[in-house]
Write a protein that binds this ligand. Sequence first.
Ligand code: SF4
Length: 299
Amino acid sequence: MNAAPFSPVSPMTPTRQSLASPPCWPLVVSFGGGTNSAAMLIEMARRRVRPDLIMFADTGGELPETIRFVADFSSWLESHDMPPVVTVREERQTLEQEVLAANTLPSLAFGFRSCSDKYKVRPQERYLKQWQPALDAWAAGGKVVKLIGYDAGESHRVKNHDDKRFMVAYPLVEWGWRRRECVATVEAAGFRPAKSACWFCPASKRGEVLSLAKTHPDLFARAVAMERNATTATTAIGLGRNWRWSDLVEADEQQMKLFDELPDPVPCGCYDGSASDDWANAESSHARREPTPDCNGDD
Ligand code: SF4
């Protein structure tokens, strides 16, 4: 694959050109396992911008196809002179195990993102805190450059998250890539990633729940078991918050129309793009734990 020349460097462009003069800060990608961050990495490979680290946080609730895609894409990256994907996770337990042990539901069912914070954001932060290039950069007064996979259709989400340790950049926004460019790029490379979120995510849309029941009946049964086990959940009756996944699947066609009248579930921040959102907001999200304001998940 021929590399195209770099586009002019803007302050938002975290290319090696913009970082060519010392100190050369480490370039880190939070790979969400979905379309947007995959497209970002494919284009970086084409432009010969090699990150120092690519991380994927596995909650233990990833779909099997997501795990397969991450492995296949990691091989693709290595064959294109890019680093492999490093999978990080909360080591003590999976999110499913924690939720079952507490007889509850993932926090998103109650309008909070602490599940994403604990199982997506913090494992990446922990990894960086012992990653030597980051330690060296910080010791020398430099920063780690985080690349976030928001596409240009999500540019309203771009904020200045720079602090004394990190510079945050948004290559897809800087390139003007919207969702369609991301999809086309990933498909042209031979991939079709699944939506990257836990199979029991309370942000799942009704169609996704029905699809899970058909394609992964074993996982759907575990989600239903999670709902039935959630005896301490008082403000949510199921993974749909005000509806149960089990009821949805058992409903007849007429009943499904009634479900369509219900409001959308609380959005998830872990989809590709949104996972990065959490990561970008890591410092503040630890302190806030506020209800999720909107949904921009797109994978
Ligand atoms: S995908 Fe959903 S359930 Fe899983 S960590 Fe993210 S918000 Fe929580």
